[in-house]
Design a protein around this ligand. Structure first.
Ligand SMILES: *[C@@H]1O[C@H](CO)[C@@H](O)[C@H](O)[C@H]1NC(C)=O
Ligand SMILES: *[C@@H]1O[C@H](CO)[C@@H](O)[C@H](O)[C@H]1NC(C)=O
Ligand SMILES: *[C@@H]1O[C@H](CO)[C@@H](O)[C@H](O)[C@H]1NC(C)=O
Ligand SMILES: *[C@@H]1O[C@H](CO)[C@@H](O)[C@H](O)[C@H]1NC(C)=O
Ligand SMILES: *[C@@H]1O[C@H](CO)[C@@H](O)[C@H](O)[C@H]1NC(C)=O
Ligand SMILES: *[C@@H]1O[C@H](CO)[C@@H](O)[C@H](O)[C@H]1NC(C)=O
Ligand SMILES: *[C@@H]1O[C@H](CO)[C@@H](O)[C@H](O)[C@H]1NC(C)=O
Ligand SMILES: [Cu+2]
Length: 580
């Protein structure tokens, strides 16, 4: 850029009509470099930063604080025309979208207005660089927030892209406790309009907490429907005499203007389901996986497992008309009989009310895997260069008191909401309770160092698990339907996919690496909500002696614990799962 301006000016100086520009003025003109504005035709730009900036080490100083108030409350709801009670942020499912810019400070006041549950809110995929106390995991990074109490989460937005926030308290997000986070920044391809988050969700007509009584004995129970951005229809004639089926559900609809390019932020917020998203007659250009911009690729449909996000650009270049948008339920991976009805509508004419007659050419298969690794190439190319320590863990199961539990090296996670790992760390303890499944990691030298986790599935069920790590993006080194033989030679270390949820293939192994740059206590868990409740989780305590928390944040932490311990004396429902 600088070179081309210089050569242009040089050409001008050489021409007969050129103005003579003194050299120091020229320098002033070029320094500081003119900010490159983010517009529909320059999405790679972001002021003094851009899509090439290493966002792991550089964060714009916006000086802005975005302050948000969220009320966690129960309300009557009927997202698909079937009445029940939902747990919500501010009364809606999905909850209010949180918008912020890359580099902003977020201050989020969460008040627990539930009658009889604690809560804790996790900002999925947010690195929480230097702010582990606001990661929102009850029993790990905080005590549960008692009914009536408020906790103010405060952290810096060091990444950009699409994510979501959700309760991490037991099965609460299954009842509706989630919302979108749109973190504005540059992108790897251009688009005209940002349509925001698009949530793909499975949905139960009775509370998940009620189904848990069945689920905890073993297999996940079938659910009743799927929702697209919190809405769908349901055929009440399939449940005659059920007075809760009041009808009136609606399909999600969006309107396209021919010729425009739209950005959609796909988020799988299911508790059990894998989706294969597509829009009839349209191609998707994929520009990000989780909070990592990728080299754009095009596809007819995209497979999304729980917790994952894909940002896609859709060009309105089909013949004007109405088209089905399909969630694409992968029945082979989920306990829901049919995917046919999990749809929304894209219209080119906003006065149209007709059902689309479009058909799909996309084949939803039986694979529960991620998109092929070869497609998911991070734009900011980073290799894993030094991985001296490999932690291997065996995934299996046991039956305890007639209940099914997943185990990690024979131990199933169980947390005490009143005794978080971080409290134990504040108290200087370094031996953690066995069911906390703590693995301690720390760099052995001074240079960049990665920790590697290999989870080997020995359960023999053949079920795939979407594995999520807190506090970090991870590099996906291997996803094999095989037994890990202990050698790292076959690991993909050269700019492999980088994200925060990846699939552990059934009867195989998943190997991930994360940079040891964020001291804290970080959960790793399966994002199938039933499995998390059944203990499929461990935690990394990273660089324990370097974990620092300001006094004001420690005081807020202590207040939350005191309120929880007081309320717990009158707790109505005792904990009967892992806690997450
Ligand atoms: C949520 O509701 C509270 C009132 O309970 C209100 O003050 C706040 O602005 C709402 N938050 C959002 C993000 O809409
Ligand atoms: C949370 O609330 C739900 C609904 O009232 C109840 O079924 C469940 O047992 C509660 N769980 C805990 C741990 O409080
Ligand atoms: C989905 O719902 C969220 C929350 O209400 C909203 O911000 C978003 O724009 C909706 N998505 C689309 C594609 O309309
Ligand atoms: C439909 O689109 C037209 C033309 O863009 C616009 O003027 C009108 O407000 C839209 N109507 C609705 C209900 O969105
Ligand atoms: C888990 O068990 C395997 C097999 O016994 C062992 O090799 C591995 O070191 C254990 N992992 C940890 C973190 O102790
Ligand atoms: C270990 O497995 C990898 C990947 O399957 C393979 O390339 C390598 O040859 C194996 N090494 C040994 C010693 O078996
Ligand atoms: C936390 O609160 C308890 C109860 O009020 C108090 O005794 C204790 O000193 C506090 N601890 C810290 C570290 O502030
Ligand atoms: Cu799982």
């Amino acid at each position: 850029m600088k070179l081309s301006i210089l050569s242009l000016l040089a050409a001008a100086v050489g021409s007969s009509t050129a103005l003579s520009i003194p050299l120091h003025d020229l320098e002033a003109h070029l320094q500081p470099r003119q900010a490159c504005e983010n517009t529909p035709t320059s999405r790679r730009c972001w002021g003094d930063f851009n899509i090439d900036t290493d966002y792991y080490t550089v964060t714009p100083d916006t000086g802005e604080t975005v302050e948000v108030w969220l009320s966690v409350q129960e309300v009557p709801c009927a997202p698909d025309g079937y009445s029940r009670t939902c747990m919500t942020f501010n009364g809606t499912v999905p909850g209010p979208t949180i918008h912020a810019n890359w580099g902003d400070n977020l201050v989020i006041h969460v008040t627990n207005n539930l009658p009889s549950n604690g809560t804790a809110i996790h900002w999925h995929g947010v690195r929480q660089l230097g702010s582990v106390e606001y990661d929102g995991v009850p029993g790990v990074t905080q005590c549960a927030i008692a009914p009536g109490d408020t906790l103010t989460y405060q952290f810096r937005v060091t990444q950009y892209g699409s994510t979501w926030y959700h309760s991490h308290f037991s099965l609460q997000y299954a009842e509706g406790l989630f919302g979108g986070m749109v973190l504005n920044g540059p992108a790897t391809a251009d688009y005209d309009e940002d349509l925001g988050s698009l949530f793909l969700q499975d949905w139960s007509h009775v509370p998940a907490f009620t189904r848990w009584n069945v689920a905890k004995a073993g297999a996940p129970p079938p659910l009743d429907n799927g929702l697209i951005n919190g809405t769908n229809t349901f055929d009440c004639s399939t449940v005659p005499d059920d007075t809760n089926c009041v009808g009136g559900g609606k399909k999600f609809e969006a309107v396209f203007e021919a010729g425009k390019k739209y950005r959609l932020r796909l988020v799988n917020v299911a508790i059990d389901g894998v989706f294969h998203f597509s829009i009839d007659g349209h191609t998707l250009t994929v520009i990000a996986n989780d909070l990592v911009p990728i080299v754009p690729y095009t596809t007819d449909g995209i497979q999304i497992t729980i917790g994952q996000r894909y940002d896609v650009i859709v060009e309105a270049n089909a013949a004007p008309g109405d088209y089905w948008l399909r969630g694409g339920w992968v029945s082979a991976c989920n306990g829901l009989p049919t995917s046919d009805g999990i749809t929304g509508i894209i219209r080119y004419d906003n006065s149209s009310t007709a059902d689309p007659t479009s058909t799909s050419t996309v084949v939803v298969g039986t694979s529960c895997d991620d998109e092929p690794a070869a497609s998911l190439v991070p734009h900011l190319a980073l290799d894993v260069t030094n991985m001296p320590v490999i932690t291997t863990e065996d995934l299996a199961w046991k039956i305890e008191n007639s209940y099914f539990k997943w185990t990690i090296n024979t131990s199933s996670l169980v947390l005490d909401w009143g005794n978080p790992t971080l409290l134990q760390i504040f108290n200087g303890e370094d031996v953690f309770p066995t069911p906390y499944n703590v693995v301690e990691v720390a760099p052995s030298g001074t240079g960049p160092e990665w920790a590697v986790l290999v989870i080997q599935d020995l359960s023999t069920f053949g079920i795939s698990h979407p594995i999520h790590l807190h506090g970090h993006d991870f590099w996906v080194l291997a996803q094999e339907r095989d037994t890990f033989n202990g050698t790292t030679t076959a690991f993909n270390t050269i700019n492999p996919p980088r994200r925060d949820v990846a699939v552990l293939p059934g009867n195989g192994y998943l190997a991930i690496a994360f940079l040891l740059d964020n001291p804290g206590a970080w959960l790793v868990h399966c994002h199938i909500a039933w499995h998390a409740s059944q203990g499929l989780s461990l935690e990394f305590v990273e660089s324990q002696s370097s974990i620092t928390v300001d006094q004001a944040d420690k005081d807020a932490f202590n207040d939350t614990c005191n309120a929880w311990n007081e309320w717990k004396q009158n707790e109505v429902f005792p904990q009967d799962d892992s806690g997450i």
